[in-house]
Design a protein around this ligand. Structure first.
Ligand SMILES: [Zn+2]
Length: 351
């Protein structure tokens, strides 16, 4: 329900009373036990469908926390309003969730989020990853249109947080684990980055080493249906990609920053913003790099689309209503986006 509709018949004095009441009691109102499920039921556009029989489920009472339950008359499957959402099995109220989302929009570290919300580092870590995964679907739905700039960004492999047993075996003779290669090699993680004339942004990890047409297909093929022009550097991978998708390619000759009107300054600007933003995290594990890229894209998109006050409320809705539930223990099983055997092939041969 729209706020305007909700208050349209109230008289001005009541509206002022209403405003004062909300301001005085905001904390308590956001702490009530079914606060999260209220958001979900408010945004549920269709009926609740049984995931086994694909038929409409019936209402089936409420839990002790006043969360609506559902039952399938066919197979007896039951679920609740919060099943498969980020707040499933969560004892935290909206008050805490919304605060953590605010903190994430502000780019706080796990430690700082723990301190701000009086939760453990471990809970802070879990909440952050759950929320970042909930942004994934939103970010994945972003498509490119019209004139688009595209480039690649390369990252060094960072295995922060990986258990020693699971680390690649380095040669005992080598003191340093840094890459012996300069420039782009299979020791660098390639990400494709594209931005269109309306600031729709795509940042995606595609693999190891120099960008290939196959990598571009993997990152962009479902996003470029409405792209007319692609401005890129001289990377040859784009030639075939653009041909495959009937996109006009404007390649800037190597060594140049622009070719007349044609340039990639916007995407280069994004790269430097991204670098500054990532630097505060003091090294991001490659296992979680895509989550951080999604996080960056989400903030970038929200700030572009909404006024400052609505960035927060839109973000709460996106995150709480998302149905990309992940169990806490599965956060540690998120697969690496690259093949370490390929990255460290020469070391495994030596050892
Ligand atoms: Zn059923």
């Amino acid at each position: 329900m729209k706020i305007e509709e909700l208050i349209k018949d109230l008289d001005p004095v009541t509206i002022i009373e209403f405003k004062n009441y909300v301001i005085e009691n905001l904390g308590e109102l956001c702490k009530i036990k079914n606060s999260n499920s209220k958001i979900i039921s408010n945004h549920r556009c269709d009926e609740v469908i049984c995931k086994h029989c694909k038929v409409k489920m019936n209402k089936n009472g409420k839990t002790k926390n006043e969360v609506q339950k559902y039952i399938c008359k066919h197979c007896g499957y039951t679920c609740s309003e919060t099943t498969d959402t980020i707040v499933a099995h969560s004892h935290l109220s909206f008050d805490v969730w919304s605060n953590v989302i605010d903190n994430l929009l502000d780019g706080f570290s796990i430690r700082r989020i723990a301190e701000e919300n009086n939760i453990s580092i471990c809970t802070s870590f879990r909440l952050r990853h759950k929320i970042l995964l909930a942004l994934k679907k939103y970010v994945q739905s972003i498509k490119l249109q019209g004139n688009t700039q595209s480039d690649e960004k390369y990252f060094s492999i960072n295995l922060k947080g990986t258990k020693p047993n699971n680390m690649p075996r380095f040669s005992k003779k080598r003191k340093s684990t840094s890459s012996p290669y300069r420039g782009i090699s299979h020791h660098k993680v390639c990400t494709v980055s594209s931005i269109d004339e309306n600031d729709n942004l795509v940042l995606k990890i595609v693999g190891l080493g120099r960008c290939t047409t196959e990598m571009l297909e993997n990152a962009l093929s479902d996003k470029v249906t409405n792209v007319n022009n692609f401005n890129t550097d001289s990377a040859s991978a784009y030639r075939k990609f653009c041909k495959n998708h009937s996109i006009k390619l404007n390649a800037i000759p190597s060594g140049k920053h622009s070719n007349g009107e044609i340039n990639i300054s916007k995407i280069n600007g994004i790269h430097s913003q991204l670098e500054t933003w990532l630097s505060r995290f003091r090294g991001v594990s490659i296992r979680h790099l895509q989550e951080y890229l999604d996080w960056f894209v989400f903030i970038f998109t929200m700030k572009r689309k909404f006024s400052l006050t609505r960035v927060k409320t839109e973000s709460y809705n996106t995150v709480i209503v998302d149905n990309n539930y992940i169990k806490s223990k599965d956060i540690f099983k998120i697969p690496l986006p690259i093949d370490l055997k390929v990255a460290y092939s020469e070391y495994s041969r030596q050892s």
